[in-house]
Design a protein around this ligand. Structure first.
Ligand code: NAG
Ligand code: NAG
Length: 646
């Protein structure tokens, strides 16, 4: 009875200790006080006279009281750094700052920092970033802010930033203030969808094109002083301009069409066949800009004009999509162009758009750069393989478009966005977090989908290769669909190593190799993320990062596992389920083991997961916990506490 239950726990605990004792030792020997971390941080700064209190030998905080200049304290830890108007320069050492576990806000406003923006993605938990009034310069990579799900306020005004506005701003679910005025940003304003974004300013940059509708409620002065912005709240755009996204796609199509036209032109001349092709050949022959304009005009006419855009039109033919599914209704690039497109998000390999076709069918179009090292034949062959996938938990690729420099993969649009959004963004969207039965169902579906990929793609070392919560899409009934799978062979090695999850595994870090069990490792991390609601931000970091990053994350789960809070506090439906939840946690942990040999294989994982029930079956278990929510009950946590630490 109770003893049985206790024994059961002891087994689990012993396992956990065995598996993770090395991590725990690692972390305790590494942990440093806020004071030590800050002093190290200070070393890379210049002109630090204003920070002399940092050398007083004591701690930075006493409870909520700040003992050092420029720190913000709560409960004896530093949650913010506010070093403004101090004439500071030098390097902002984000790697060291990342060690401050409670850091949520940084301000370096009104100083003399220069050079490119520090890699803020290493500070994944920040809520506010204030860097205005410095001399930062250069382009900000588009993905910089990906995954910073807590970020609410970003101040980069009055620097010398150039290039495009990073599109990752549009993916921050909680963004309410974004100040970019007085820089040299150029190009279009990306489409911001955040409803709460109200303090927004991009005035005095070099921006052009239409202001997205979602920003039309912002006052006009926020857009003044740019090169050529139009649309509400400024004057309406002259011609009916194409939406931004369409413009991007048009650019691709036009480039491809031009190449094709030249080819057609040559062939026609050789054959000395048709004497007529007056307008198109002329425009292609003269100047490319004229051809571009003509093309866009034609596309626009196609939008309202004849219903068969491809009748006798060489261009439309040249940009045909390659369909991988026979049973699907065909459409081509022109149809996608006519469709109203909206940007869904941007990942490290490119952006994803939603395009609704005339018949109401919605498609997702994902643009990939960094796939140009494989030949056209290889690429086609590989796509045909992926196109054969047919499983309820795997999102099939419907069609693709090949150009040397970039590829478009077309899939069905999936109603309920990604698991990542539901796990981490629902609060800000005013929606409840997924409950336990839903989460369990998602884990089971992912397991089945993964097993299917292992069976169908046996020649791939990591059949998925990029398994993470943002690549698990949810359909109307919250069934999971895996996407972005099977791409390891076609992504350029350099980018694969930089970005793909398989290459962040312990085995790749230590032995430069990925194995059949590498996807199991990512699945383990995913299970922990689903159960704890904690975001493994280190996944998104560029490059190999530090090996301790993700293990530290896992270890933080293990550490809190002795705590009542290990399971996501927003997860409902957990009453009388704690035993089953623990079982799943244990499976997740066993999948994340650094030692590849000790990890279970896919068959084992699927079997074990299938055994997990929504509710605990052992009735006696209930008698040991109170009737309330399990997380506020004693029992389990006490047991763990005793065994682990006594
Ligand atoms: C600070 O400590 C108080 C009392 O111990 C606690 O209620 C509060 O949640 C703590 N705040 C943080 C941010 O840890
Ligand atoms: C935007 O910034 C400019 C330049 O600093 C300022 O003049 C303008 O009033 C600001 N507008 C809003 C809405 O913040």
């Amino acid at each position: 009875m109770a003893a049985h239950h206790r024994n059961h726990n002891v087994v689990i605990i012993t396992l956990l200790i065995l598996i993770f004792s090395n991590f725990i030792v690692l972390s305790t020997s590494q942990s440093q006080s806020d004071a030590q971390i800050l002093q190290r941080f200070k070393q890379s700064l210049q002109n630090t006279n204003a920070l002399s209190t940092w050398d007083n030998g004591g701690p930075p905080c006493n409870g909520d009281q700040e003992l050092w200049n420029g720190v913000l304290c709560e409960n004896g830890t530093v949650w913010g750094l506010q070093v403004e108007n101090m004439g500071l320069g030098g390097v902002i050492d984000v790697d060291t700052l990342a060690e401050l576990r409670s850091l949520r806000a940084i301000s370096f406003m009104n100083n003399n920092f220069e050079g490119s923006l520090p890699d803020l993605s290493k500070l994944g938990a920040l809520k506010s970033i204030y860097l205005s009034n410095n001399k930062f310069s250069g382009e900000i990579p588009g993905y910089t802010f990906n995954g910073m799900l807590s970020l609410k306020k970003i101040y980069l005004a009055n620097n010398r930033f150039s290039g495009s506005i990073p599109v990752s701003f549009t993916t921050l679910p909680r963004l309410i203030e974004l100040r970019l005025e007085d820089n040299d940003f150029e190009g279009n304003i990306p489409v911001f969808g955040q409803e709460k974004l109200n303090n927004f300013n991009v005035s005095n940059n070099e921006l052009v094109g239409p202001i997205p509708d979602s920003l039309s409620h912002i006052s006009a002065s926020a857009f003044s002083g740019n090169r050529d912005l139009c649309g509400a709240p400024l004057q309406s755009c002259k011609k009916s301009k194409l939406p931004i996204v369409t413009t991007i796609i048009v650019a691709i199509v036009v480039a491809a069409a031009l190449a094709a036209l030249v080819a057609v032109f040559i062939i026609l001349r050789r054959r000395k066949q048709t004497p007529e092709q007056p307008q198109t050949t002329n425009s292609a022959g003269s100047a490319s800009s004229a051809a571009t304009a003509a093309d866009i005009d034609r596309m626009e006419q196609g939008q309202t004009g004849s219903s068969s855009p491809d009748h006798g039109n060489k261009k439309a033919e040249s940009v045909k999509l390659t369909f991988l599914k026979d049973d699907r209704q065909k459409f081509d690039m022109t149809d996608l162009l006519k469709a109203s497109a909206e940007i869904l998000g941007s990942g490290v390999f490119g952006s994803t758009y939603k395009a609704a076709l005339n018949d109401g069918q919605a498609m997702a179009v994902k643009r990939y750069k960094h796939m140009n090292n494989v030949s056209k034949e290889e690429f086609h062959e590989h796509m045909r393989r992926l196109g054969r996938m047919n499983h309820e938990n795997v999102l099939p690729i419907v069609a693709f478009y090949y150009r040397k420099e970039e590829k478009l993969l077309v899939t069905d649009f999936v109603e309920n966005v990604s698991l990542a959004v539901h796990l981490h963004g629902n609060k800000s969207r005013g929606l409840p977090a997924p409950n336990w039965p839903t989460r369990l169902n998602i884990v089971k579906g992912v397991a089945k989908g993964l097993k299917y990929l292992y069976t169908e793609l046996p020649s791939l070392t990591a059949p998925h290769g990029h398994l993470k919560s943002s690549n698990v899409l949810l359909d109307r009934t919250f069934n999971p669909l895996l996407t972005d799978y099977g791409l390891v062979p076609v992504v350029n090695q350099e980018q694969a190593q930089e970005h793909m999850i398989a290459y962040k595994s312990p085995e790749y870090k230590h032995n430069n190799r990925i194995t059949k069990k590498t996807d199991i490792w990512s699945f383990g991390i995913l299970i922990l993320e689903i159960l704890t609601g904690r975001f493994p931000a280190n996944f998104l970091q560029q490059g190999r990062g530090s090996d301790t990053d993700i293990t530290t994350w896992v270890e933080s789960v293990v550490r809190d596992e002795s705590n009542v809070d290990v399971f996501d506090g927003d997860m409902e439906g957990t009453k009388h389920c704690e035993g089953e939840m623990m079982k799943l946690l244990k499976i997740g942990l066993s999948c994340c083991q650094a030692d590849v040999e000790k990890r279970p294989d896919i068959k084992e994982v699927v079997e074990k997961i299938e055994e997990i029930k929504e509710k605990d079956v052992d009735d006696e278990f209930y008698s040991t916990v109170s009737d309330g929510d399990v997380r506020s009950s004693r029992g389990l946590s006490d047991d763990l506490g005793h065994v682990t630490f006594k």
